[in-house]
Design a protein around this ligand. Structure first.
Ligand SMILES: Nc1nc2c(ncn2[C@@H]2O[C@H](COP(=O)(O)OP(=O)(O)OP(=O)(O)O)[C@@H](O)[C@H]2O)c(=O)[nH]1
Ligand SMILES: [Mg+2]
Length: 464
């Protein structure tokens, strides 16, 4: 992992912390990480083998972890000396046997010599504080760990490579250039000189806003790539919602029967298509009912639709047309503005004449014999992405925090443009431009607050 700051020698070493860096469970090996001012010294006191405080950086040593005279485990210790480590601090990684108990005992042996247990994300937070990573890169580490689809991995890697940071730094430079122009004008204000570079300044800020717009336009896709596409199957009882869920999943995830009202609760299943994650939600069929449990199910179906990115409404084509349902369908897009809606006719194998429904239906399928299921998959993708590019080799803004900061930046720049055009004093323009700089600084982390750092790093697991 490289970035422009990684050679910085401005490292602050804090008290040593330790945590298990690998998942809890049985495996070949587990890794325990220790980082901080006296990490190497503390490790030396529990390690029987070479004297770790004398070995070179980036070397691996075989030995035993000892609690007094008792051997806890046979391990490999890797030594990273500051500043050439993930955190920038002196760091030791101990690879021990991958058993739950033995790993815990190695950790406890280390904690017993005065090393503190690490908080979630504390290693990465130290890496950030030591300038090893920008804030947006640190956030990408968490995204990468949580990523559930290939596209989400690619988007996180883009951000981890520092691509968002380099865009933001370029924006900052443009604003600094603009500020310089404004301040040059301030120097001449006494002589009432017409602002020579005014058209140039206006152009610079307009161009900047267009670039920010391009980046902001990637957010909707970025959000769906990162979080997955919440897809809800809705429709009357017996329409075939559960059958379709099972057909897409390729297994009997939900109970199917010809009794109307089979599904009572909301059922979620992760499903991936072309590297994108869809969270498929099967719901209770929508109808008026006196059954209390079913009524609660229907309420939950409605709530799931409110939360969805994509609503797939299924109509049973084997049944006579239902005027109430036709009305429901025709109002669906208005009821859920901003959501993608697909209207499916199901049971095309037993279809009656389509009648009034024909024009309302986007695609007819058969969930039991597979008719048009491949087409449906593509339509689901297109409905939600609306042909937007999901080429994750380009940068996607995936975080609402980044989107908010970019939007505020754009507002400040727009205010600056208005100020310039209405001829107000340069002082006011400078205030707007400084506001824009501030917002951009929150993305890369030049500007932070403790609350912001807490909310970002608490998303991490312990040991990262
Ligand atoms: N012929 C035919 N039958 C289907 C098709 N899809 C589903 N069915 C049948 O329709 C019945 C209801 O299917 P489900 O998947 O349980 O319907 P549902 O929409 O989940 O129903 P609820 O859970 O009650 O809301 C079952 O007997 C299915 O086998 C299809 O494409 N063609
Ligand atoms: Mg069902």
């Amino acid at each position: 992992m490289s970035n422009s700051n990684s050679t910085s020698q401005n490292i602050h070493q804090q008290e040593a912390i330790a945590a298990i860096a690998t998942p809890v469970g049985e495996g070949g090996i587990s890794v325990i990480r220790i980082s901080g001012r006296d990490a190497i010294e503390k490790a030396t006191t529990v390690f029987r083998g070479k004297n770790l405080s004398k070995v070179a950086s980036h070397t691996v040593h075989f030995g035993n972890i000892m609690r007094g005279d008792q051997k806890v485990d046979e391990v490999l210790a890797t030594v990273f000396r500051s500043p050439r480590s993930y955190t920038g601090e002196d760091t030791i990684e101990i690879s021990c046997h991958g058993g739950v108990l033995v790993t815990q005992e190695v950790l406890e042996t280390i904690l017993a010599v005065g090393v503190r247990s690490a908080e979630p994300g504390e290693f990465t937070q130290r890496a950030f504080l030591n300038g090893k990573l920008e804030l947006s890169q640190a956030e990408a580490v968490a995204d990468l760990i949580h990523a559930k689809s290939r596209k989400a991995v690619e988007a996180a890697q883009q951000q981890l490579d520092g691509n968002l940071g380099s865009h933001v730094r370029a924006f900052r430079q443009q604003i600094i250039d603009a500020t310089a122009m404004v301040e040059l004008e301030l120097d001449f204000i006494e002589e009432d000189v017409e602002f020579a570079s005014k058209p140039q300044l206006i152009k610079l800020l307009h161009d900047l806003n267009s670039e920010i717009d391009l980046l902001l336009a990637t957010y909707e896709t970025g959000r769906l790539v990162k979080n997955g596409i919440r897809t809800v199957f809705a429709g009357k009882p017996n329409a075939g919602k559960s059958t379709l869920l099972n057909a897409l999943m390729g297994r009997e995830r939900a109970i199917v029967s010809d009794i109307a009202g089979t599904t009572r609760d909301v059922i979620d299943a992760d499903w991936s298509l072309d590297g994108l994650l869809f969270t498929l939600t099967d719901t209770a069929g929508l109808r008026e009912t006196v059954d209390q449990i079913e009524a609660e199910g229907v309420r939950r179906s409605e709530a799931a639709m409110q939360e969805a990115d994509l609503i797939v409404y299924m109509v049973d084509l084997s049944q006579p047309e239902d005027a109430t349902e036709i009305e429901t369908i025709s109002k669906l897009r208005n009821r859920f503005p901003g959501k993608s809606v697909l209207i499916l006719g199901n049971k095309i194998d037993k279809s009656r004449a389509e009648g009034n429904l024909g024009t309302l239906i986007d695609l007819s399928i058969s969930a039991t014999n597979g008719t048009a299921i491949e087409e449906l998959k593509q339509r689901m993708k297109i409905a939600v992405l609306q042909n937007r590019d999901i080429d994750t080799s380009g940068l996607l803004v995936t975080s609402s925090r980044h989107r908010d900061a970019l939007e505020k930046t754009r507002t400040h720049i727009t205010d600056a443009l208005l100020a310039i055009e209405s001829g107000v004093s340069g002082d006011f323009i400078s205030i707007d431009l400084r506001g824009a700089l501030h917002e951009l600084g929150t993305i890369t982390g030049e500007i932070t607050t403790e609350d912001l750092l807490d909310s970002i790093f608490s998303r991490f697991c312990i040991g990262k």
